[in-house]
Structures are given as structure tokens and as C-alpha cells.
Design a protein around this ligand. Structure first.
Ligand SMILES: O=C(O)CCC(=O)C(=O)O
Length: 300
């Protein structure tokens, strides 16, 4: 149960970190399953439907940056969407009826795991109202060095910045106005089992992993049941209904006065990972681990 102060903090700032929401046993299970995927990735040479690999990945030095749709890959991941502590918090933050959207496991291997450039999730999937958030389950220590999530407090109440370059959606803020806001970012540090929740409109990013250890963050995208997607419509009503986690589904979409920019036209397929969507970016905020081809605006 969140306190009234915690709920107000989320409303004002657009994020919250909840300590120890997952038990040590629950986290150990996720870590063990994930270690198994890292081992399996040694046999994979190129990004596929499950494994999203950094350049330079090899059997000797696996560079797995994302497990795609982890809920479809192992029941331990799928179970996190039904976690009672997470659902209880979400009921207080976005309402009694909650629908699952999707899940991803972002890895950032040690010694240079890739940055995620500044963006607002809302720019990727606007809905009829903005009671949407991403739940981040920390599977490792999140430290200043290993590329923790960075968020700009209060930016969820601001505009949706331009995520287009040369007229196509590139999944990262290209509006120079963003830079003043990025300077106000705070890192979401924590321990395995801590959980962050950030609003779909908040400006966020994460830097290169400069430690020698993994930084693994399981991200669950959640939405109020009456928030309906403005694009990427569900394949069927039945399938959409099956995504309900708690409360009653509704066909009465709630319309809110929210800023919307559609992520169109697209530079790459909409199912591509954020790493591939952001690849065409000419100007990187964090630079590239390899140092090739990009001038970093800052080096964090
Ligand atoms: O893994 C991270 O640090 C951030 C990922 C993120 O924001 C995203 O995938 O939308």
C-alpha cells in the first residue's frame, strides 16, 4: 500500500521507486532464468525474435542487450505482471482496472552496454488518455556507473518533444529544447527487488554501462483499461480483453486533453527494439560505447 505522500510524489514528479517490492527469492528466480538466456545467447550469431544483440556479440563474450517479449519466453517473467505488490501500487496510481501492454528485459552488459537516448514512451504509443506507465524491476544493483534509468522530474506534465529526424520517427528526442531539461535528470538507483514506476510521458534515458557488471532491468508497460491506443490497434477484442490484469475491461474509452504526436512515418519496423529505432540518430546525447561515428554531446 502506497502512502498518500508516495502517490502525490508520483503525481508531481512522474516517477517513484518502491524498495524491496520483490522478495529475494523472487529476484533470485529472475536472475537465474536470465543467466540461462545469457548462456543460450552464446549460440546465437544475430538478433532474432528473442535475443537482441549488441554489435560485437560472440560466443566468448556475449553482448545480449535485450530479451524480447520475456513474458512469452519464461513463466517467471510472465508472473511479474501479476505480482500483487506491483498491481496494488498500480491500482493507486492509474486506477482499479489495468491492462497489460508488453514487457521487455533491457540488459546493458558490463564494459560498455549501450545507452538509451532521451525519449518519452508516449511518443511511441499514444493512447486516448495518459494513465500509462512503465514498471521497472531492478534485477541488479543500479549504480551511477552502470547506466541506471534517468528521469526528468515533472516532465510528464510537459509537451511531447519532437522524436523525428529528417521527417521520420527515430524514437529519441531531436528537439534541442530538450537539452535544458536533460540537465535536471535524476538517476533511479536501487537494489535487486526494488521497483521503479515511471509515467509514459516522462523524459527518460540511460547512459552507457561503465561498470564491469550487468545492469538488468525488466520493464513492464501498463495502462488503465480505458486507455485505448491511437495507433497499433488490437488484433481482436478478445485478445485485447485477455490482457486485463485486474478490474473490469471497458469499451468506453476515456478521452483526456493530452498532447499527441504520432510516431509516423517510421524509419524502421515498429516491432524493432528501441536500440534499432534510435540507430539512425545523427546526434547522440550519450555517445556510443565503441566511440564510432557519433560525437557525444556530453559524456556521462
Ligand atoms: O533500459 C533502460 O535503461 C531504458 C529503457 C527504455 O526507456 C525503453 O526501453 O523504453
Amino acid at each position: 500500500m502506497l502512502t498518500a505522500e508516495q502517490v502525490q510524489f508520483y503525481r508531481d514528479n512522474g516517477y517513484i521507486v518502491l524498495r524491496g517490492l520483490l522478495s529475494p527469492t523472487e529476484v533470485a528466480t529472475l536472475q537465474r532464468v536470465t543467466d540461462g538466456f545469457i548462456e543460450r545467447s552464446r549460440k546465437i550469431a544475430a538478433t532474432d525474435e528473442v535475443f537482441d544483440l549488441e554489435d560485437g556479440h560472440s560466443a566468448e563474450r556475449p553482448r545480449l542487450r535485450r530479451i524480447k517479449l520475456p513474458d512469452k519466453q519464461d513463466p517467471a517473467y510472465a508472473a511479474t505482471a501479476h505480482h500483487p505488490g506491483i498491481l496494488a501500487a498500480l491500482r493507486q496510481l492509474i486506477g482499479p482496472a489495468i491492462r497489460f501492454d508488453s514487457m521487455k528485459l533491457n540488459m546493458k552488459p558490463g564494459d560498455g552496454g549501450e545507452a538509451v537516448e532521451w525519449h518519452q514512451d508516449w511518443a511511441f504509443y499514444p493512447h486516448t488518455n495518459d494513465d500509462l506507465c512503465a514498471v521497472g524491476i531492478m534485477m541488479d544493483d543500479m549504480t551511477p556507473e552502470n547506466g541506471p534509468l534517468l528521469v526528468v522530474p515533472g516532465s510528464h506534465k510537459g509537451p511531447i518533444l519532437d522524436h523525428h529526424q529528417d521527417g521520420v520517427f527515430v524514437g529519441a528526442v531531436t528537439d534541442p529544447a530538450g537539452e535544458a531539461a536533460f540537465a535536471k535528470a535524476v538517476p533511479l538507483l536501487g537494489k535487486p527487488g526494488d521497483v521503479s514506476i515511471h509515467h509514459a510521458r516522462i523524459l527518460h534515458a540511460s547512459a552507457i554501462n561503465r561498470s564491469d557488471r550487468h545492469r538488468r532491468l525488466l520493464l513492464l508497460q501498463m495502462r488503465a483499461a480505458d486507455a485505448w491506443p491511437l495507433i497499433q490497434h488490437p488484433v481482436s477484442y478478445q485478445e485485447y480483453d485477455a490482457l486485463m490484469l485486474t478490474g473490469e475491461p471497458s469499451v468506453a474509452a476515456r478521452l483526456a486533453d493530452v498532447p499527441v504526436r504520432l510516431p509516423l512515418p517510421r524509419a524502421v519496423d515498429r516491432r524493432a527494439s528501441i536500440f534499432d529505432k534510435q540507430k539512425p540518430l545523427k546526434k547522440s546525447y550519450f555517445g556510443r560505447a565503441s566511440g564510432q561515428g557519433m560525437a557525444a554531446m556530453t559524456d556521462t
